[in-house]
Design a binder for this molecule. Sequence first.
Ligand code: FE2
Ligand code: FE2
Length: 177
Amino acid sequence: MSQAEVSAKSAAVAADIPDALTLLEADHRTVEKLFDAFEMAGDDNLEAKATLAQRACEELTIHAIVEEELLYPEAQNVLPPDEKPDVDEAYVEHFLVKTLIAKFETLKAGDKGFDATFKVMSEMVQHHVEEEEDEIFPALRRTQCDLLALGKKIAARKETLQGKLDAVGSRSVGDRS
Ligand SMILES: [Fe+2]
Ligand SMILES: [Fe+2]
């Protein structure tokens, strides 16, 4: 294999590994699709709404954990002082979204408040995602942060959390013990 072929191959391999922000943006798109599907589900299609709400809550729970454990601390370290308040706000927004997610432990599809809670949760998440993708992520891309290394850590942590969720169910995924 020539030198050019070797470097083309390693570039292709590198391209297969998403950096941290590409990976998190893909999560955002996944959740948005679930929000759209919920919106499209018929009012009386309780089974679909229950499934979509559960999947959205699981996705968001895992996503919030990896951002809080791995991305936000790194962002607090590397971002310039004028960008750090965006990260402080992101933590607060996560807190609010997690409070709404917790409501689905007792709210069932068809209950009064189920649709309203899901709608408010999706609006809050959409606002939060916009702030991440318009402010925090571009600011991080301007730093020297090793986003590929961070992406590897995030992917590994997501896999562990997903395995835990598959084994014991969604209510235990937030249990970090
Ligand atoms: Fe976030
Ligand atoms: Fe995010």
